[in-house]
Design a protein around this ligand. Structure first.
Ligand code: DGL
Length: 265
């Protein structure tokens, strides 16, 4: 048993879509969330910059005595997870576009993936695609501008609708029936995405699978907390803790009174 916190990080607020699933599945685990909003977006940064930023965040989470780290960012997973696992001696869990379930679920044999440039151009995505999507057509689209809209609290704005229409309509026209959200910011766009795709396609968000995998890893390493523990939730932002707090208040109002701290890298 281990009552230390799980550390979670992202380039910004996107990883909160993973945090939401983690707290649902593991209500007695303490969680410390780090949003690197000062350096957001990561999508167009070089892998070495992302390794550097991610390492500084993991250093901070280790100072806070975290027992495990969830990289709640596809871009950082793609660029940095191998190096993080090499550098740090604790379990580190990542997130990748859920191509495998999409390839299993598609009826049309056509799958769409929307993610950042870093994720789609990365080696990891190429490997996953080759491994699981041999028998399906994969349409990829870089989601330029979407992360910024989510960070600004504009996930259901007309701008978001317009950009998403521009990105998704060509895939729909090709007959895609699964849309893989390959960036943790995008689940906050689901209501807008669903307005566009209607019943033609379904959205695949890997956050639930990541939460389940995290639980298995905790069990495997005997790191689960005491089930009677009252969890401690803390939130850190490299940019503005009040902006982070305002975002949390919109997605999970019951957590708006937790501890929010500005913590530049
Ligand atoms: N949430 C990050 C991801 O999953 C966003 C990347 C960015 O900052 O561009 O890829």
């Amino acid at each position: 048993m281990n009552n230390q916190a799980i550390g979670i990080f992202d380039s910004g607020v996107g990883g909160l879509s993973v945090w939401q699933e983690l707290i649902k599945l593991m209500p007695s685990e303490s969680m410390y969330y780090y949003a690197d909003s000062a350096n957001c977006p990561y999508g167009e940064k070089s892998p070495s910059e992302i390794v550097d930023l991610s390492s500084r965040i993991v250093d901070f989470l280790l100072e806070k005595d975290c027992k495990l780290v969830v990289v709640a960012c596809n871009t950082a997973t793609s660029a940095a997870i191998s190096e993080l696992r090499r550098r740090y001696n604790l379990p580190i869990i990542g997130i990748e576009p859920a191509i495998k379930p999409a390839a299993l679920l598609t009826q049309t044999g056509k799958v769409g993936v929307i993610a950042t440039q870093g994720t789609l151009k990365g080696e990891k995505f190429k490997n996953t695609r080759n491994r699981y999507a041999q028998n399906v057509e994969v349409w990829v689209q870089i989601g330029y501008g979407l992360v910024e809209l989510v960070e600004a609290g504009k996930a259901d704005s007309p701008q978001a609708y317009d950009l998403l229409s521009q990105y998704l309509n060509p895939m729909l026209a090709q007959g895609v029936d699964q849309i893989v959200l390959g960036c943790t910011h995008y689940p906050f766009l689901i209501p807008t995405i669903e307005q566009i795709i209607g019943k033609q396609a379904q959205v695949i968000n890997p956050a639930i699978a990541v939460a389940r995998h995290t639980l298995l890893v905790l069990q495997h390493h005997a790191l689960k907390s005491d089930s009677r523990q009252v969890p401690d939730y803390q939130f850190f932002s490299s940019k503005d803790e009040l902006e982070l707090q305002a975002f949390v208040a919109t997605i999970a109002p019951q957590f708006a009174k937790q501890k929010f701290v500005k913590m530049p890298l």
